[in-house]
Design a protein around this ligand. Structure first.
Ligand SMILES: Cc1cc2nc3c(=O)[nH]c(=O)nc-3n(C[C@H](O)[C@H](O)[C@H](O)COP(=O)(O)OP(=O)(O)OC[C@H]3O[C@@H](n4cnc5c(N)ncnc54)[C@H](O)[C@@H]3O)c2cc1C
Length: 396
């Protein structure tokens, strides 16, 4: 019997993706301790100052977390996607901004991992795995968010180079990242089919026009990345000319489940905090945890979060193995459900803390603000529903 196979009364079956392995459970325990000791102490402060969480990032590098999603052949740990989701969850349970520092470079490296040349893989993957450099993913523009194909950025071939000009909006890690994956049109007359994908190093001429002052995820810088005739060697094109839209969607399919994991982590953080508070806070001579109405709220929050987690792990397992080609459907469902869950759970957590929940002395209002963006980025939840319906109708 092969590794990963077990006997059941109906014969051998593969290990279920619905149960965590011992290694994954142990990893969660380790991550929880690490996040509470090294990340949590900075979370409120970086939210207040809106500064990049360098202390937390460095602690993550010491834990070798940037290596998790990079293949072993390029200096990474080659971890499965459920394990990567656990990392995102446990970091987001205490600080969503820090969880995004780990997810964003992975998002940037996915096009290189799946579509890039050997030269590009060797040049960037080991350094991202070691935490020496960080990456950004530059798809959106001011007038092209959900409608990616409407982008106006241009890439014009010039001998062995391309000249890139344009402005990329909403870019996570703008100014922090060393490497920018930039989508631009090589054929401006075409929509999606005119887009190509490039790796651009910051020092080649990228500038940051502005940073957004955001509702949540305040420790994660979001900015406008400007390219003004930046010369990029043709060797730094990822995939073929015109393949950019396909690369972008393929990449988001593989990243979206981890955004859902971030949402699940935020929801779990809110549940854990609210449950502890309910036992300590007294009203009418008894802990508010004794009130059945509040117990039912807590139970609903836990049910939805656990259901979201199950859907996320299912989608994550499909990133590793998708024989029936269902990742697009499940990734979209998982991200939409998990982010809606995070939103409703964090709103309820604020309610459970009463007036205190509405202040910055307690973390649940931060969880609420951080949860909101998970319904917006990597495709809004409306767009996820467009995708879900399209996939269902395709097979009807
Ligand atoms: C904090 C943050 C970080 C981000 N990081 C990055 C990043 O690193 N890289 C990057 O490339 N982008 C990033 N984004 C951009 C993000 O992906 C876009 O904001 C998102 O795709 C939505 O685009 P938009 O803001 O232009 O909204 P619009 O596309 O203008 O949407 C406006 C409204 O219309 C709805 N809508 C649009 N089209 C449809 C449709 N077909 N059917 C139904 N409803 C529709 C939307 O759901 C939304 O409610 C980030 C955004 C934020 C807020």
């Amino acid at each position: 019997m092969g590794e990963g196979m077990e006997l059941c009364e109906n014969g051998p079956v593969e290990n279920s993706t619905f149960a965590l392995s011992d290694v994954q459970r142990h990893f969660r325990d380790t991550m929880r301790l690490f996040a509470e000791e090294k990340v949590l102490p900075h979370a409120a402060e970086i939210d207040r100052t809106a500064e990049f969480p360098w202390e937390s990032f460095k602690a993550c590098v010491e834990m070798e977390l940037p290596a998790l999603g990079i293949p072993e052949a390029y200096g990474g740990a080659g971890a499965d996607m459920v394990t990567q989701a656990i990392m995102a969850e446990e970091l987001a349970r205490v600080c969503a901004s820090t969880s995004l520092t780990m997810l964003i470079s992975k998002l940037g490296m996915l096009p290189i991992m799946n579509w890039g040349s050997e030269e590009l893989k060797e040049r960037y993957l080991p350094r991202v795995a070691a935490g020496e450099i960080q990456a950004s993913y530059c798809l959106s523009e001011a007038d092209a968010g959900s409608d990616v194909a409407a982008m106006g950025s241009r890439a014009v071939r010039d001998g062995d180079d391309y000249i890139l000009t344009g402005s990329k909006y909403w870019i996570t890690n703008a100014g922090i990242s060393d490497v920018y994956i930039v989508f631009a049109k090589t054929d401006p007359t075409a929509r999606g089919r005119g887009i190509s994908c490039f790796v651009v190093e910051r020092d080649w001429g990228i500038s940051i026009a502005k940073h957004e002052d955001k509702l949540g995820l305040r420790g994660s810088p979001t900015g406008e990345v400007v390219l003004d005739e930046v010369r990029v060697p043709a060797t730094h094109r990822i995939g073929e000319e015109g393949q950019g839209f396909t690369i972008a969607m393929h990449t988001l399919d593989r990243s979206r489940p981890t955004i859902g994991a971030q949402a699940v982590g935020i929801a779990q953080g809110a549940i854990d905090y609210a449950a502890t508070y309910m036992k300590q806070r007294h009203a009418f001579g008894a802990p508010i945890a004794d009130l059945q109405g509040l117990r039912f709220m807590l139970a609903e929050m836990a049910i939805r979060t656990e259901a979201a987690r199950a859907l996320i792990y299912r989608a994550c397992a499909m990133v590793d193995s998708d024989p029936t080609n269902e990742l697009t459907l499940f990734g979209a469902m998982a991200k939409a459900f998990a982010s809606d869950t995070a939103m409703s759970v964090t709103i309820d957590a604020v309610q459970l803390l009463g007036g205190y929940g509405y202040t910055k002395d307690f973390p649940v209002e931060r969880f609420l603000r951080d949860a909101k963006v998970t319904q917006i980025y990597e495709g809004t939840n409306q767009v996820q529903k467009v995708v879900i319906a399209r996939e269902i109708l395709k097979n009807a």
